[in-house]
Design a protein around this ligand. Sequence first.
Ligand code: C2E
Ligand code: CA
Ligand code: CA
Length: 483
Amino acid sequence: MASNTADGIAPFLLYLVTSLAMSFVVGAFLLRIQLRLRRALDRSHRKQRQLSASARIDSLTGLINRAAFMRALDRALDAWRNGGPPVAVLLIDLDHFKTVKDTHGHAAGDDVLIETARRLSGFQEANTTVARLGGDEFALLLEDDQGGIPRRVGRRLLDTLAAPIPIPNGFARVGATIGLAVSEDRAVTSQELLHAADVALYDGKRHSRGSLRAYEAGMDEAQRDRSMLEGDLRRAMTAGEIVPYYQPLIELHGDRLIGFEVLARWQHPVRGIIPPTSFIQMAEESGRIGEMFYTLLGRACEDARNWPTDLRLSVNISPTQFAEPLMASRILSILDKAGFPPARLELEITESTLVDEVSSAREILNTLRNAGISVALDDFGTGYSSLRHLSDLPVDRLKIDRGFVASAQRNGEDWRIIRAIVQLAGTFNLATTAEGIEAPEILSTLRDMGCDIGQGYLFGRPISAEQTSLWLQQRPALRAMAS
Ligand code: C2E
Ligand code: CA
Ligand code: CA
């Protein structure tokens, strides 16, 4: 009986132990799965957090990126529409970043970007948001309720970024240009405000690197216009639409016509006559100025064939052309082909030529002068102060900038600068030309001061070759007009 009972308990115990063991194994298994699941979930959360941070943060500098900046800009604009402070965007572009990267390598470039970000982050005025938009472009968003803060911050930024930045083998000076746009129109979108800052920045890059430029109405159209013209310039040059116009040069003692300044004009089939101020810089930047110059010189020599043989031509040469080593020989060969004596040609160069390319300029000018061509320093007094170059460089004449003549014209008293330039020219044995003469009394004062040659609307505006030929036939009238 007892054994019967024991016989009954044993399988029960076995069942119990087995069940317990099984449920333990199952439990442990479930627990492991649960743990695994939890870890996987944690990992996925972490990844999600990292992903959303990397969608906002620029990993090199730690600043927020473009997408996050645009969201911050949207929020700031919303707040402004609901009575909050006006919103300003300062768009910052480093000036010499590419040079630093090209000469010192990628790592130095990264150092520059990281240090720039650190310096920008130091600006915590007027609720500032700083971002790296990409490459070497940064942006600052300011919510300014006092007015004037963005400009002040912009100027301080320029100073801060102009300071040298340590890189592995020394220091880099990159500097920056800044475009500024402020919310004025309630309907402005974040994209439009950033675009306005970009337009201002581009304008600054073109006209004055290292400065702060605020967006102004019309800048946008000017830029659109420009890029349209840019695309058109190559076609225009091939089509022969860039032509020389001629403005008379008058010897002031004797009222004698001695020649013409050659001034480029673009005869555009749709837009009409486009002045050189709208395309010369473009031609320089696109590397086409040399080609344009040679074509103009060739055409001018051709036109001059029909004119009295004592008349001279003055042509403008761009500073960038001095980078071309063959310039002198190309000029001489054009003159030779056209049978135009070098002694009848004058080159007008600007002071910036002397500063940028002084040694090659000297060599080229010497070659040309030895061949008989003379050299005038154009816009004298407006550029870099290069008085030293007057004794160094082969120059025959100073052209007194039109701005000085205009201010003497406006404010009859102020002749001091013109008098000083004429005296300076005398000291260096140089002749002088005054441009921009519009009134007879200005002419007589310039003549009394001893200025040699005059040019200006009083004698005649720049006109086409055909008009010039006609004008030359009526030359007797000139004397009466000029005195
Ligand atoms: P610039 O060499 O100083 O030429 C004189 C400018 O003053 C010309 O402007 C001329 O039309 C203008 N001018 C002359 N007399 C008067 C006057 O009495 N009153 C006023 N208000 N203006 C007067 P333009 O033809 O528009 O040329 C502007 C500038 O474009 C030139 O200034 C020159 O720097 C540049 N340029 C013109 N043609 C060429 C060229 O073929 N090559 C290069 N590199 N530059 C050129
Ligand atoms: Ca000139
Ligand atoms: Ca000039």
